[in-house]
Unconditional design. Structure first.
Length: 70
């Protein structure tokens, strides 16, 4: 987890009064955001698999919609 701390650690120190989020708040927000992105990819894959029997044009349309949606 040290690499995450290095990514989050700011290069320039900001005054405490000007910070909107602390580092611990940012770390807590990363996990749900990561899970959400993972679930969006899984749903897009499932959509594509469900229409795969319908033909190339349908699969292309669903894939395009998934790209626009995410």
């Amino acid at each position: 987890m040290e690499w995450i701390e290095r990514l989050i650690e700011p290069k320039i120190q900001i005054e405490e009064s000007r910070k909107r989020f602390s580092n611990s708040n940012l770390k807590r927000m990363m996990v749900p955001l990561f899970i959400e992105q993972l679930l969006l990819m899984v749903v897009g894959l499932a959509d594509t698999m469900m229409v795969s029997h319908a033909g190339e044009a349908t699969v292309s349309g669903v894939s395009l919609d998934t790209m626009i949606y995410t």
